[in-house]
Write a protein that binds this ligand. Structure first.
Ligand SMILES: Cc1cc2nc3c(=O)[nH]c(=O)nc-3n(C[C@H](O)[C@H](O)[C@H](O)COP(=O)(O)OP(=O)(O)OC[C@H]3O[C@@H](n4cnc5c(N)ncnc54)[C@H](O)[C@@H]3O)c2cc1C
Length: 443
């Protein structure tokens, strides 16, 4: 017999767990499905102070105590300058941020969902979905066991992949190729207070470093860069040597864990029209970890998704419109933050994140023959600040080595990369690719 639920929430990160808890509290029959058993390291350790306020409002403040969250004493950063600037925790109106063991924290939130009445299946992967007249049919796998469940409504909280929104016909706009490369390092035996409880941020040519103490006398050090820029020998080590403060913080470390890699792309998803499926957390909108608000956003987004999925298609649509406004604001803020770093503005990682200002004067003749000649990271970078990297690739592919007229290139690229990019941005991106040397023109 197939099991039936009102709502299935796929993904037991903070977004999914909070959504499942809220749905159960409101009387829905909910299944929360999580692939892991929270048994491996989970990234994203610093929760903004606002998170404590949110948990308090939701009646879950006790979770912080139960997972032994530690106060973060502030942020120390070298951004735009070699010198360190200190932002003490006291300056935040909500108090101190918290350093969390995410494995414990995420497990505790899933436990709160179970306490509220949600059925929680850990170690279970949702492998497929099919829309039906009544809602959805999902296949779940736990080891060799396969189970089918049906539900009227679905919450996709699977993280950046937004697996189920996409499988059901939703779309994603992916704005960059950011990845995090990180290791945990132990303090050497003779160091007592090796790592102060602060978050250290430092920009380097390849991207930026963040490091934060985790667990007993350990520090997590993550290089944030772009996937294509990380394709060099020993990218973590190379970037560490080019840093000053991060290198000095890690100098006295002993054992180090293997290198882990996390997807950190900025993106926004849009649900398919008319189906009762909603994205929550990173599956809905994911930001640069520099924003340090992923956990808070996931909690808020989980709550909002729970309300919208029960209210119906119009509410899901309205949530999507709000998300689009928030993403536009986020992109502007991100560009401002990156613009502070002027030392590396010409380098790909940084140039990709700058706003194209002033507007690019268009000099290309629409009928000029345009050819793809060289597509180095640097030659593409300014265009990638304007349109999605996949759209830039579509322009280069459409031009090809043989060449096509500029209008033809743009028409083909647009068809191959449908989305919300307005015409003038496509034209400006083409102009920037010519100026950067990724395209040549015969006029
Ligand atoms: C390098 C890095 C550093 C970060 N640092 C911070 C930070 O300091 N502070 C901060 O606030 N945020 C930080 N973030 C962001 C933060 O980690 C995320 O925003 C947050 O975890 C999003 O929560 P979520 O519930 O949406 O998704 P996730 O936490 O990604 O959870 C998604 C869950 O879905 C499960 N899942 C996926 N597919 C399936 C499936 N098919 N079936 C069943 N389960 C599935 C996964 O196992 C996972 O548990 C960082 C992110 C990165 C990449």
């Amino acid at each position: 017999m197939r099991l039936a639920f009102d709502v299935v929430v796929v993904g037991g990160g903070p977004a999914g767990a909070v959504a499942a808890r809220q749905l159960a509290q409101n009387g829905a029959g909910v299944l929360l499905v999580e692939a892991s058993r929270y048994d491996r390291y989970r990234i994203g350790e610093v929760m903004d102070a606002y998170g404590r306020y949110l948990l308090c409002q939701l009646g879950m403040e006790h979770v912080l105590e139960s997972v032994k969250a530690v106060q973060c004493d502030g942020v120390v950063s070298a951004w735009g300058t070699d010198d360190l600037a200190v932002r003490p925790a006291i300056k935040n109106q909500h108090g101190a941020a918290m350093i969390l063991n995410r494995r414990r924290f995420d497990a505790a939130l899933a436990n709160e969902a179970a306490r509220a009445g949600a059925t929680v299946w850990l170690g279970t992967v949702a492998t497929s979905v099919r829309p039906t007249r009544e809602g959805f049919l999902l296949e779940l796998a736990s080891g060799t066991k396969r189970t089918g469940v049906s539900c009227e409504r679905l919450v996709d909280a699977t993280g950046r992949r937004a697996t189920f929104v996409r499988r059901l016909g939703g779309t994603q706009r992916i704005r960059d190729r950011m990845v995090g490369l990180g290791r945990r390092l132990s303090a050497s035996d003779d160091e007592k207070d090796a790592f102060q409880s602060v978050l250290l941020l430092e920009s380097v040519t390849q991207g930026y470093w963040y490091s934060v103490p985790v667990g007993r006398r350990k520090v997590m050090a993550v290089l944030m860069t772009d996937g294509d820029l990380a394709k060099i020998a020993r990218p973590w080590r190379t970037a560490l040597v080019s840093s000053a403060h991060t290198l000095s913080r890690l100098e006295a470390t002993g054992k180090r864990s293997k290198l882990d890699r996390w997807d950190a792309r900025s993106l926004i998803s849009r649900e398919p029209a008319k189906l009762l499926v909603v994205a929550a957390g990173d599956a809905a909108m994911a930001c640069d970890p520099l924003a340090a608000d992923g956990i808070v956003r996931a909690i808020r987004s989980g709550q909002a998704a729970a309300v919208a999925v029960m209210a119906g298609a119009d509410a899901i649509h309205e949530l999507g419109a709000q998300r689009q406004r928030a993403f536009t604001e986020y992109e502007a803020e991100r560009a401002n933050t990156y613009a502070i770093e002027r030392r590396y503005g010409q380098l790909p990682f940084w140039a990709r994140r700058l706003p194209p200002s002033p507007p690019v004067p268009i000099t290309i003749d629409p009928l000029a023959l345009v050819r793809a000649v060289e597509a180095t990271a640097a030659s593409r970078a300014r265009a990638e600040a304007l349109i999605d990297p996949s759209a830039v690739r579509a322009i280069l592919r459409s031009a090809g080595a043989e060449g096509r007229t500029a209008v033809d290139v743009l028409a083909r690229a647009r068809a191959a990369s449908p989305g919300l990019t307005p015409d003038e941005k496509w034209v400006s991106a083409l102009e920037l690719l010519v100026r950067g040397g990724a395209l040549s023109t015969d006029s």
